[in-house]
Design a protein around this ligand. Structure first.
Ligand SMILES: Cc1cc2nc3c(=O)[nH]c(=O)nc-3n(C[C@H](O)[C@H](O)[C@H](O)COP(=O)(O)O)c2cc1C
Length: 318
């Protein structure tokens, strides 16, 4: 697949996830076979103002390319200024978020709120396209709610405004993350446009990714919650999509090594204070696959340093 001038090696990609898809996480998913990785949604106002937190989250390196930086706003000027910063930061693609269901954002008329206003989305896409040389893509939902499926119309208008690809989360904004996705909307978007279509929703095991691609005819599938604690899903899905065999589950030792790599990356990225705060959540996604998960959960809260953590992992992932 090609998104503008960017070649994507295969259809198995990483979905953006707030509080998860930071630089060390993305790099690891890339190493585990994701063809395209995406950073979390950032307020375009923060990005345009080069706010410290936003700039840390916009940290990228050539090793993770092709990589996507994602922003949201309902203001064309803010969108174009932020898109320029994403381009300067080194991202291969800038993605506009029209899917986020978070109340704070929706009340401001941003993110998912814009799924009720397709023409406004087209104006924002056009502003970003004019501002940068890298491809501009958009992430959308099926529509504002179950009764209004605006995704095909939004995709068509965005394509006309210069979008290079569209990524559909197959749930409505009103649905948030509750309930099953309806993949058929991705198929309808695919029929509506000629730019590449990616989609996400409910992919938990490698076989789901293959079924998603087959049932929707999408050019790519983005894996969200299915990769938390389980980066192997990318290797396994890639093998299946390329006609290879089903791969064996990782050993406890392999799980321990991956967890250590991620946590060490987070210590470097965030510094020990913030990394320690995030530690229980990050590691429990991995530890839930190990025996004695309950014991691990109790002990992880007592960890005060990377040395303690290495010891705990050694003890648990035998
Ligand atoms: C914790 C969490 C954070 C998310 N943050 C973002 C985000 O920042 N930007 C975005 O476009 N989508 C975000 N999403 C949506 C995912 O990219 C993806 O579309 C969705 O999770 C797919 O559904 P699945 O998790 O059922 O596979 C988030 C999802 C989760 C679970």
């Amino acid at each position: 697949m090609r998104i503008g001038n960017v070649t994507i090696a295969h259809p198995i990609t990483l979905a953006p996830m707030e509080e998860h898809t930071n630089y060390p996480f993305r790099l690891m998913m890339k190493q585990f076979g994701a063809s395209l990785v995406c950073g979390e949604r950032l307020d375009a106002s923060d990005v345009a103002a080069r706010d410290k937190r936003a700039m840390r989250l916009l940290m990228t390196q050539p090793s993770e390319r092709p990589a996507v930086g994602q922003i949201s706003s309902s203001d064309p000027h803010e969108i174009s200024e932020a898109a320029k910063v994403v381009e300067q930061a080194g991202f291969s693609i800038v993605d506009l978020n029209f899917e986020c269901p978070i109340k704070r954002l929706v009340q401001r008329g941003e993110g998912g709120a814009l799924m009720a206003h397709p023409q406004k989305i087209a104006t924002l896409v056009e502003a970003a396209v004019k501002a940068v040389d890298i491809p501009v893509t958009l992430k959308i939902r099926s529509g504002p709610d179950a009764d209004r499926e605006t995704a095909p119309e939004v995709a068509r208008l965005a394509e006309a405004a210069g979008a290079a690809a569209v990524d559909v989360h197959a749930r409505s904004v009103a649905q948030s993350y509750v309930g099953g996705p309806d993949w058929s909307v991705v198929a309808r978007v695919k029929q509506a446009v000629s730019i590449p279509v990616l989609g996400s929703g409910g992919v938990r095991v490698p076989e789901d990714a293959i079924r998603f691609l087959k049932e929707t005819s999408a050019d790519g599938v983005a894996i969200g919650r299915g990769c938390l604690g389980n980066p192997w899903i990318f290797l396994h899905a890639r093998s299946l999509v390329q006609g290879g065999p089903s791969l064996a589950q990782p050993t406890p030792n392999e799980r321990a090594r991956a967890l250590l790599q991620l946590v060490e990356g987070e210590f470097e990225f965030y510094g020990s204070h913030l990394a320690l705060k995030r530690l229980a959540r990050t590691s429990c996604y991995f530890a839930k696959f190990a025996p004695d998960f309950d014991l691990f959960k109790t002990k992880i809260h007592k960890v005060r340093s990377l040395v303690d953590f290495r010891f705990l992992v050694k003890e648990h992932f035998r």
